[in-house]
Design a protein around this ligand. Structure first.
Ligand SMILES: NC(=O)c1ccc[n+]([C@@H]2O[C@H](COP(=O)([O-])OP(=O)(O)OC[C@H]3O[C@@H](n4cnc5c(N)ncnc54)[C@H](O)[C@@H]3O)[C@@H](O)[C@H]2O)c1
Length: 283
């Protein structure tokens, strides 16, 4: 990435999906603190309204737009609203994501496959399709796709891990294609380890149109409690946002947040080369 102009700077415009909570809110808050105008997209309307009001209260210029990133039409409408309000977009964070079931893959319902892949991977695809032409028109721009450590070490966690590996591959492809064109658009893929967010309860945003979930309400609750326990010692979203801003400025492609996952990432490379079967990424 050879852009020398700072894309994170006062007056620039950022669009963040999943901005009502967690990492997305951390990113929106940080971009606003940098003097950027921020379009906050999220499917959960009350949380979005509250999050936008919180940033407006600090003097930030934000535009909340209720958006389901799984819908190509709604992401198109998001781009149109961003342009109508601010005239340009310089930073796009495709960050919205959901967890879904961790059951054996053959037991996952078709609706859960559609939901998890539709939001996580479809959301990034929709963001790329709708916003890339606009980003290419700017003097400098950057796109950040939120994957996960589950998108870089051996696959795990059911459809979630599948979707995150696909986001990493999509980001790498995008990077090659943009460099080939000498485009002024940088790409980063954010691969967080545990972060203290509301991610454990992402089933709160599962629309009924996906049909009956794979798991019972009790199993979903158990998963939420398990995530909350594991992420309690995780990173603060504000620190993750600081790493992202630093990563954009430094032209960093892979942005990791948890060094304790490095060994599992390196092990994956060794296993592939040796032909050995993958060990589970964590005990
Ligand atoms: N928290 C972690 O430990 C962790 C680790 C690795 C990766 N991630 C990734 O970080 C991203 C953000 O998650 P988080 O941890 O901040 O969780 P979160 O639940 O706190 O925030 C996710 C936001 O995405 C929104 N969202 C859900 N479905 C949506 C849809 N269809 N359209 C638009 N918005 C939607 C939610 O309403 C929520 O506000 C996700 O992609 C997740 O996979 C999180």
């Amino acid at each position: 990435m050879s852009v020398s102009v700072d894309v994170v700077a006062p007056g620039r415009v950022a669009v963040v999906t999943g901005a009502a909570s967690g990492i997305g809110f951390g990113l929106a808050e940080r971009f606003a603190a940098e003097g950027m105008r921020v379009v906050m997209a999220d499917v959960e309307e009350p949380a979005l309204t509250e999050a936008a009001a919180k940033l407006t209260g600090t003097g930030a210029t934000v535009l909340p737009v209720r958006t389901d990133v799984a819908s190509p039409d709604q992401v198109e409408a998001l781009r149109a609203e961003a342009v109508a309000a601010f005239g340009a977009v310089h930073v796009l964070c495709n960050n919205a994501g959901v967890g879904g079931p961790h059951d054996p893959l053959w037991l996952v319902s078709p609706g859960d496959w559609d939901w998890v892949l539709g939001v996580n991977l479809g959301g990034v695809i929709n963001g790329v399709r709708s916003f890339l032409p606009l980003l290419l028109e700017q003097d400098a721009a950057h796109i950040v796709n939120t994957s996960s450590v589950f998108g870089v070490f051996a696959g795990a966690l059911g459809p979630y891990g599948v979707s995150k590996h696909a986001i990493t591959a999509l980001s790498e492809t995008l990077h090659f294609q943009l460099r080939q064109q000498d485009a002024r658009v940088g790409v980063s893929v954010l691969c967080p380890g545990a972060v203290r967010t509301r991610f454990g309860s992402s089933a709160r945003n599962r629309p009924d149109r996906y049909g009956p979930p794979t798991d019972s309400a009790d199993t979903v609750l158990e998963r939420t409690e398990q995530f909350d326990r594991l992420s309690a010692a995780g990173a603060d979203p504000a620190d993750v946002a600081a790493l992202v801003v630093e990563g954009i400025r430094d032209g960093r492609f892979y942005i990791l947040t948890s060094q304790n996952r490095n060994e599992a990432i390196q092990r994956r490379g060794r296993e592939i080369v040796s032909g050995g079967p993958p060990a589970p990424p964590f005990p």
